[in-house]
Design a protein around this ligand. Structure first.
Ligand SMILES: NC(=O)c1ccc[n+]([C@@H]2O[C@H](COP(=O)([O-])OP(=O)(O)OC[C@H]3O[C@@H](n4cnc5c(N)ncnc54)[C@H](OP(=O)(O)O)[C@@H]3O)[C@@H](O)[C@H]2O)c1
Length: 314
């Protein structure tokens, strides 16, 4: 089969669409024929090996996993002997442990959710990392009716879901993005938009969800009402330590400052797919690239100005 492989850290140019052995599912795994995948900032961290501290986990000198990609949707081709949830032909989606940007991938059945027939493979592939992060951030921020929330970084992969989920939960949303995305943020449900390229972040909010990590923590804190909650959900930071210094500040900042570390949750995936099926949330897909051209897609993501999600199709 073909897969998007890399054997050293670097720019998207180190990737190649090459022949590799098809994976064999273990007893608790399924083999999925990938029909769509989507990009996340985490793929760039893995590709470039930055922040450098993350190499402790990814592989010190070279990447341990040689195929990129976490978010997939596809069709079950084969199921291990112990798998009862799925059988060949079922349509599934979820977050895999790397190796997703390929024609086939194996994953524990417990990591995958059933894809509703009314949700396309491309839309399902946008959900695992980004929409789960948005949903879990909204929960950690305590969003609900009569709550106001400022979402910093509202027009990217996570942000476009966060705005829609916040609106669906009944919160009043102020979106922070650049000029060209202000209309999109309003269409997704933001009541107000702050253009960070021209204006300061102002106002007081019951919650701030920070996906951009672009402003000092003290400034973000001043945006909170007396009982307001700040949720840091950003991976942005320096080349050595990434977001770690900022997140340490959040952890030490008291109970109203919180760090979101999104976790894989099949119930959340099912919930999110239902929201998409009912039209409560519509994935924003900036563009779909053939998987063999993923390098161009990753260059696009690297400038941190993607509009919604970028999808890959094998
Ligand atoms: N906590 C977790 O578990 C978790 C999970 C997934 C992702 N993340 C993190 O969440 C962040 C967002 O991810 P993503 O996939 O949405 O990234 P993305 O698709 O690259 O989007 C980034 C967005 O940030 C906006 N932006 C850039 N500079 C900004 C600034 N100075 N002020 C405000 N907004 C700015 C951009 O908007 P414009 O184009 O309008 O400039 C863009 O839409 C990343 O740091 C990622 O690492 C965390």
């Amino acid at each position: 089969m073909k897969a998007l492989t890399y054997h050293r850290y670097g720019t998207p140019d180190v990737l190649s669409w090459s022949d590799v052995d098809q994976p064999i599912p273990g007893p608790h795994d399924v083999l999925v024929r990938v029909r769509a995948a989507s990009l996340n900032q985490a793929d760039l961290f893995m590709l470039t090996g930055t922040p450098r501290i993350a190499r402790l986990a990814f592989g010190l000198r070279r990447p341990r996993a040689t195929i990129l990609g976490r978010d997939v949707a596809g069709t079950v081709e084969a199921a291990g002997a112990q798998v009862t949830r799925f059988r060949p032909g079922d349509e599934v989606f979820g977050e895999v442990e790397q190796r997703g940007f390929a024609e086939y991938v194996t994953a524990p059945a417990a990591h995958l959710a059933a894809k509703p027939a009314g949700v396309s493979f491309a839309d399902a592939a946008t959900l695992p990392v980004a929409a789960t992060t948005a949903l879990q951030s909204a929960r950690l921020a305590g969003l609900g009716p009569d709550r106001t929330v400022l979402i910093n970084g509202a027009s990217g992969g996570v942000g476009t879901f966060a705005v829609q989920i916040a609106r669906t939960l009944g919160a009043t949303v102020t979106a922070v993005c650049s000029t060209r995305n202000a209309g999109l943020a309003r269409e997704l449900g933001a009541r107000e938009v702050i253009d960070y390229t021209r204006d300061d972040l102002t106002g007081r909010y019951d919650a701030v969800i920070d996906l951009a990590g672009s402003r000092p923590l003290a400034e973000m804190r001043r945006l909170l009402t007396p009982r307001g909650v700040y949720v840091a959900s950003t991976g942005t930071g320096g080349p050595l330590l990434g977001p770690a210094p900022r997140l340490l500040g959040v952890v030490l900042g008291g109970s109203r400052l919180r760090v979101l570390t999104s976790r894989r949750d099949v119930d959340d995936l099912t919930l999110l797919a239902g929201m998409v099926e009912r039209g409560e949330v519509t994935p924003v897909v900036e563009r779909t690239y053939p998987m063999a051209e993923a390098a161009a897609a990753l260059w696009r993501l690297r400038d941190e100005h993607a509009r919604g999600k970028i999808v890959l199709s094998p």
